[in-house]
Structures are given as structure tokens and as C-alpha cells.
Design a protein around this ligand. Structure first.
Ligand code: DAH
Length: 325
């Protein structure tokens, strides 16, 4: 019995208990029953009358108490809108999925890291500009005797030597996807961003395996028609090193206003430097490997059909932007 006003309750009272009310009528009908049944029926109907009356009185008292707000649970509710995963989270899941299909194992290594794993073990000289605090965030604690200062990791390459130490003996096929930090903020950089790092170490690994893996990823993540190319570069921890470009989505590699010559820069890659294998305790005569490291946000921006004019938008809480993806 859900009534909103006293008038509703009066109406109910008439309907059940009034002169021609439902229960009054039932009382009248008792005379038609068999003699033996009359008493029992009378008791039941009187009980029902009492219950109805009690309910009406209780409800009237409740309505009188103005401090209690009326809540009608029969009115349909307002459905909470269902959200979805953030674009970066979706991309991370997709990247992990593409690599897991060819046997890579997803790992995660510390965001707050020692200088040794971020730089030293990766063959960086003491005076490399990335160690300058204009590029890297240093944590204000005493340096470790063995591993040096504490930093917010500026790249996922810091997971390379950690993975070699964890696995011990190749084969290694890792994809390390994690947050990284650098002191840069503009339309294509945020101070916190994500990278994914691939590392493969085994016997007889060559640039051919690297190129095949990159092409496989480009097709499966960016779109069927996308291709990659390698350009010679210099990273401390790979030799030879490359910058990886991918064909522009707009012009499909022909050349347009966005990309100029048909290619967009994706990230770094190369053959793992023997000194890095050594730092990871791996026999660099027997084993070789390749590595690559790219930004997740950058990869999203290059995906076919996605048009984000400013990378910082990804970290704004503006639902008008986020709801689109
Ligand atoms: N860590 C490099 C960066 O953040 C990218 C990179 C270059 C990763 C070459 C690699 C590599 O694994 O082989 O700029």
C-alpha cells in the first residue's frame, strides 16, 4: 500500500473497509458459507480489517511527520551512466595482447628506480645529459652505495637488466609497460607518461627478428597497411641502434603536410649492447638480443583514425574529451 497523501489513504479505507468495501462485503458473504466455516472466516476477515486499518493509521502518522521525506520506491530510478576504460588503459591492454600472442611475457618494474638500472647498467657514461636533473626527476634521499641516486624512471629500459637478473638464463621475451617521468610538458609531452619496452634475448637473434617483430606490431596495433622502417641512431644501450618510423596514416607513406616525407617517428630500438648483457649476467658470446622502447601515448596518437591535437588532453578530467574513446 503506497499512498502519498491522506486523501489516498481515505480512498483506500473506503475501498476496503467502507460500507460497500471489499472486506465489508466479505463479512456480509459469511452468511452464505456452511455453518461450520463461518466462525473461521469471520476471524480471518476481521484480522485482515485490523491489518488494513493499522497500516492506514501508521501511514497517516508517517505522513504527519514532516521531517521524514516521502520516498516512493515504485518510481523508476535514474540509471547511473556506465563509464569505460581510459584510452591509455585500453591501449596498454591492446599492446600487451598483441605481444602476448607471440610469446612475450608482460612484466612491470619499479617507477621509483635506482640510477644504476636506469642509466649505469645501460652503458650510460657518468656525464650523459639524461642524468642531468633538467631531464630526470631525482628523489631527495641519500644515494645507495651500490646503485647510486634514486630517480623516477625516465624510461622502461630500466627493466632490461632487472629482467635479465630475474630470468637468469635466456630465452627472454619481455614486454615491460609502465609509467615513466621526465621534466617536459608541451603538446606532445606530459611529465608522466607510459612506455612499453620489448626485450628478446636468445641464441642467434638478429636485426631480422627485430624488424619482423616491429612489422608484426605495426600491422596488428596500427592497422593492416602500416609499415615500419629503421633509421640509424645512437642509444647507449643498443648497438647498432635505430629510430623506428611508421608510415603516416593520413597519406599512407606518400608524403603529406603532417608527416612531410611519409613517415612518422615512433621510438627507439636496437641490438642489446654487449655491456648491457654483461651487466645482466648474460653470456654475451653465446647470446644476443634486441630491444625497443616506445611511448604508449605517442602510439595512440599515431593509430589510424585517432585525432588528438594535444597529448596533455589525455590527462585532463574533461569528460567531453574522454567520452569519445
Ligand atoms: N629508452 C629510450 C627512450 O626512452 C628508447 C629506446 C631506445 C628503448 C632504444 C630501447 C632501445 O629498448 O633499444 O628514449
Amino acid at each position: 500500500m503506497e499512498a502519498k497523501t491522506d486523501v489516498d489513504l481515505d480512498q483506500i479505507q473506503i475501498e476496503y473497509l467502507g460500507r460497500n468495501g471489499y472486506l465489508t462485503q466479505e463479512i456480509k458473504n459469511i452468511s452464505r458459507l456452511h455453518k461450520d466455516d463461518r466462525k473461521g472466516a469471520g476471524i480471518i476477515i476481521n484480522e485482515a480489517k485490523k491489518i488494513v486499518l493499522d497500516m492506514i493509521v501508521a501511514r497517516k502518522n508517517q505522513l504527519k511527520d514532516s521531517s521524514k521525506e516521502w520516498f516512493d520506491k515504485t518510481i523508476p530510478g535514474i540509471k547511473p551512466s556506465v563509464g569505460h576504460l581510459h584510452l591509455v588503459t585500453q591501449a596498454i591492454a591492446e599492446i600487451a595482447d598483441v605481444f602476448e600472442k607471440i610469446g612475450f611475457v608482460r612484466v612491470r618494474y619499479p617507477e621509483v628506480e635506482w640510477d644504476y638500472f636506469a642509466f649505469g647498467a645501460l652503458n650510460f657514461p657518468e656525464v650523459h645529459p639524461a642524468r642531468d636533473d633538467w631531464e630526470t626527476f631525482f628523489v631527495d634521499v641519500n644515494p645507495d652505495k651500490k646503485y647510486g641516486p634514486m630517480v623516477l624512471t625516465p624510461h622502461t629500459s630500466s627493466g632490461q637488466v632487472r629482467e635479465m637478473k630475474r630470468v637468469g638464463k635466456p630465452p627472454i621475451r619481455m614486454v615491460n609497460i609502465a609509467k615513466c617521468y621526465r621534466r617536459q610538458s608541451d603538446i606532445s609531452h606530459t611529465q608522466m607518461f607510459h612506455q612499453f619496452e620489448g626485450l628478446v634475448i636468445d641464441e642467434n637473434i638478429s636485426v631480422v627478428n627485430l624488424k619482423g617483430t616491429l612489422d608484426y606490431f605495426a600491422r596488428n596495433f596500427f592497422g593492416d597497411t602500416r609499415k615500419t622502417r629503421l633509421r640509424p641512431y645512437n642509444f647507449r644501450f643498443t648497438e647498432p641502434s635505430f629510430e623506428v618510423d611508421i608510415t603516416c596514416d593520413i597519406c599512407n607513406g606518400v608524403g603529406c603536410r603532417l608527416c612531410k616525407a611519409g613517415w612518422l617517428e615512433l621510438g627507439g630500438a636496437g641490438m642489446v649492447h654487449p655491456n648491457v648483457l654483461k651487466a645482466g649476467g648474460i653470456d654475451n658470446k653465446k647470446y644476443s638480443g634486441f630491444a625497443f622502447g616506445w611511448g604508449v601515448e605517442r602510439a595512440i596518437m599515431m593509430k589510424s583514425g585517432i585525432n588528438i591535437p594535444d597529448l596533455r588532453l589525455l590527462y585532463s578530467p574533461d569528460l567531453r574529451f574522454l567520452i569519445q574513446f
